[in-house]
Design a protein around this ligand. Structure first.
Ligand SMILES: NC(=O)C1=CN([C@@H]2O[C@H](COP(=O)(O)OP(=O)(O)OC[C@H]3O[C@@H](n4cnc5c(N)ncnc54)[C@H](OP(=O)(O)O)[C@@H]3O)[C@@H](O)[C@H]2O)C=CC1
Ligand SMILES: CC(=O)N[C@@H](CCC(=O)OP(=O)(O)O)C(=O)O
Length: 338
């Protein structure tokens, strides 16, 4: 397969290049970005065919490829998706441009760059929408926080076991904020510091979580509080929720094991184990643990790599599904422990 990465100089773009350069079915890799130079992580790719060569965005139309990943800011992806889809290229967009119904998108993000494409996009939460993903022309790859949240709570939502308020407390490493320069992301602001942000229902991932959750269960309220933690990769979520029935942790774990037994990236941890971000760094894996506190609340802890299952890893998993490959193709990886 011939594959393009648009926005290859960014964090998710670079992670896509890393994964695709190891993918056994990818025979051609075309990299595009605003700049016209070479990527500054080209030392990683010395000796590989493409060797980190970046083409300008206006050359997108000149090359032939089967798949294109758009790793651009929201608002920009939509500007390129239409032409690619019309050419018959299968598009996997990592931005938020096609994740929400049009009216919800415009409320949170402003005017949509390609409203005519919203209806054809398939939400790329691989474990839940694999059948639609297989035949899609345009994938809206989920946000990093929604990926962690939805995989952690949907198994209970679809069994109508949830009630009341779901509290989702999540921490992300700094690559989640992208690579462009921002004062609040300087080393001096982030190192040895830990801070919440987007508090009080204002983070744009809240409508994304609610939009999918509402397909499975209504009347639930989500309180989502993200935090920035001084590490490069990883999301650790702690989710508190109330059940309609009194189920033991063993019964809860069985629900998840049954749900995900055909999903190789989802690991339901045995009793006594709790997720850690270092165990998923560099992988497409999702670690989930289920616990209860004495008052009966369920506490779900979940870890993903924001650049892995939260972005580039899930995007490659979706490409595999669209290409009729095993979804793990090129993605089997235990991560780096130390
Ligand atoms: N980081 C993460 O963990 C996750 C990110 N996402 C989403 O993926 C997308 C990419 O994120 P990320 O890689 O972190 O972002 P980065 O800021 O690291 O990279 C953005 C890329 O887009 C290019 N770019 C920036 N502005 C423009 C523009 N106006 N026109 C064309 N190209 C532009 C940049 O090029 P240049 O080098 O020229 O600046 C760069 O290649 C975003 O939509 C983000 O929300 C989704 C899930 C997780
Ligand atoms: C740590 C950090 O800043 N994370 C980003 C979310 C990651 C992301 O890029 O998500 P979208 O694709 O939905 O924009 C944030 O909170 O905005």
């Amino acid at each position: 397969m011939k594959v393009a990465v648009v926005g290859a100089t960014g964090y998710t773009g670079a992670e896509l290049v890393r994964l695709l350069s190891m993918h056994p079915k990818v025979s051609g890799l075309f990299l595009f970005s605003r700049g016209d130079g070479e990527i500054d992580f080209r030392q990683n790719f010395l000796g590989l065919d493409f060797a980190g060569k970046i083409k300008p965005l206006d050359e997108l139309a000149k090359e032939e490829f089967d798949f294109s990943f758009l790793a651009l800011p929201h608002g920009e992806s939509g500007r390129y998706a239409g032409e690619l889809v019309r050419r018959g290229v299968k598009v996997i967009d990592l931005s938020a441009d096609f994740r929400l119904p049009l009216a919800v998108y415009e409320k949170w993000y402003g005017p949509h760059p390609a409203p005519e494409l919203v209806e054809i996009a398939v939400y790329g939460l691989s474990e839940y929408f694999s059948e639609k993903i297989k035949t899609a022309r345009l994938i809206a790859n989920p946000g990093c926080y929604p990926t962690a949240f939805l995989l952690a709570v949907l198994p209970l939502a679809e069994k109508d076991l949830l009630q009341g308020v779901i509290i989702s407390d999540m921490k992300s490493g700094v690559t989640g904020a992208g690579r462009s320069a921002k004062r609040e992301m300087l080393f001096g602001e982030v190192a040895e510091n830990f801070r919440p942000y987007g508090v009080g229902g204002v983070h744009r991932h809240l409508p994304e979580m609610e939009n999918i959750l509402n397909n499975y269960a209504q009347g639930l309220r989500v309180i989502f509080t993200p935090h920035l933690i001084p590490m490069k990769r990883g999301i650790l979520g702690t989710i508190y929720l109330d059940l309609k029935q009194n189920l033991s942790t063993e019964e809860l774990r069985k629900i998840y094991l049954n749900k995900f037994h055909d999903n190789p990236f989802i690991k339901i941890l045995p009793e006594g184990y709790l997720p850690e971000t270092r165990a998923v760094a560099g992988t497409n894996n999702v670690l989930i643990a289920l616990n209860k506190e004495p008052g009966g609340k369920v506490i779900i802890t979940v870890a993903i790599d924001n650049l892995g299952k939260g972005a580039a890893g899930q995007a490659v998993q979706n490409m595999n599904l669209m290409a009729g490959l095993d979804e793990t193709c090129g993605l089997k990886n235990t991560g780096i422990y130390f």
